[in-house]
Design a protein around this ligand. Sequence first.
Ligand code: GLU
Ligand code: MG
Length: 462
Amino acid sequence: MDTGQLDLAHREERAARARSLAERMAAEQIAAVALTFVDTAGITRVKGVPLAAFEHAAAWGVGATPVFDAFGHDDSIAATPVANPTGDLRLLPDLDRVVALAAQPGWAWAPADRWTQEGEPHPGCARLLAARTVDRLAAAGLTARSAFEVEWVVYRDGEDGPEPAATGPAYGMTRLVELSDYGVDLLRALAAEGVDVRQFHPEYSPSQFELSVAPEAPVAAADTAVLVRATIRAVAARHGLTVSFAPSVADPGVGNGGHLHLSLSRDGHNVFAGGTGRFGLTPEAEAFTAGILRRLPALLAVGAPSVASYLRLLPSHWAGAYACWGRENREAAVRLVTGSQGEESTAANVEIKCMDQAANPYLLVAGLLAAGLAGLQENGTLPEPVHADPAGLSDDERARLAVERLPTDLATAAAAFETEQALTAAFGPSLTETLLAVRRAEADAFAGRTAAEIIDATRWRW
Ligand code: GLU
Ligand code: MG
């Protein structure tokens, strides 16, 4: 992936590649390409180009205002220096990830990076930030792999508005029967798009489903999260269904998580397995995980970025509301997955559970890797693992295990981010300022609103 400077030779090379891609797309009846990026509030924004304009877009980009960085989930614009109507950016498609959209015939998609008109990386580009953070990890000799889990609720039109499309029990085969054609069309579409789906199942909440995919390089995993959600939505639309990926869809209720799995390897060996530490962790895996664990309050400003996120992030909701870790503990914010005996070297990873899909997946990858890198620098160590639901422990026991409840509102998470140096340094001053302004604008906008009002305002946004 390009993260340096776009010079003329580079642009010519991109134009030539785009030309041959466009020929292939024309043969597949593709008429247009959707170039997407994800904004600070986690909304996927798009500019489409007809196929005839793809070559120019690949070389010179498509215009986009920097004001997008200040957008809230409701399209309001936070007052920040970037909310300035002058200036322009260029969206450049990643030519290695052009995918024909199976449920939107005639459309292809490519994730885009945002560059300045001078050919420099835009400091607010989340995808380029994620790529630079992966480069920092590579400089330390480490390669990360990650995967986002996607949870969503499916609705159909009822007499009083949208109602759950499936009525069967949690994890029940009944639900798969009820939405059989939808499910299989979705899996076919994702297979056609080259997405390596590992599992699809009905989840806990009414009409909720989950899909997990194979691990990839972190930026590719974030791209896949964008593609998978667009495909889930598009297949649903073809079945007359609507979907919600919002953190909270009912109060009370279990929400939609956006758990992120992460593993690291050095010289081809997974450092989360085969070590002498607890559950086979190497010191490196432990330090990396410790760097994330201690920064979770600040990371929530990235990974649980909506007021609605805190309606989901509740104890005993499998959302990981406590900062602690444990092997296969679904109530720990950091769940260590070792895999079965014999497959640890390929399976072992950590799952960060407290995050949701209002998060910009690129910012989340960047934040988690930056926190892990800081943990490596600090030679961090993990406290005792927790093997129970922390909500069920006494205050004394939680104190002994150093288990803390994560922030319960967005403003507290934003304040934690502001003083977390490893994250603000990685994100840079401009993106840090923008992120904080967007979070605080959302917290202010929702001050005093009820859970039901917050859910109504956010259900269909991501
Ligand atoms: N829906 C839960 C959440 O909000 C997660 C359920 C699970 O463990 O997969 O994160
Ligand atoms: Mg789940």
